[in-house]
Design a protein around this ligand. Structure first.
Ligand SMILES: [Zn+2]
Length: 87
């Protein structure tokens, strides 16, 4: 049985076809034993709030498909808990 690595490949063809709304997200840095960045954003198409997590801050931002199925571009509007991020 082959081992399949789930790779999140961004389809650039889809990205170029339509203008994707930019969603400002609140991002929470890993604290203590947590290793994940958590982020919350609101889908600009249907207004549903979404939660997500990522290993690195770089993986938080960018285009993705929200849980509701709409494409959004995540922008880290606020970052909480990160040293040196400012207040
Ligand atoms: Zn939506």
């Amino acid at each position: 049985m082959p081992i399949v690595c789930p790779v999140r490949g961004g389809s650039r063809r889809d990205a170029a076809r339509q203008r994707v709304p930019i969603a400002p997200a609140s991002v929470y840095a890993p604290i203590g034993r947590r290793r994940w960045w958590w982020y919350a954003y609101r889908c600009l198409t249907c207004g549903v709030y979404q939660l997500g997590r990522a290993r690195q801050l770089d993986q938080v931002t960018g285009q993705r498909r929200a849980g509701c199925g709409h494409a959004v571009v995540i922008m880290a509007a606020r970052i909480y808990g990160a040293p040196g991020a400012g207040a």
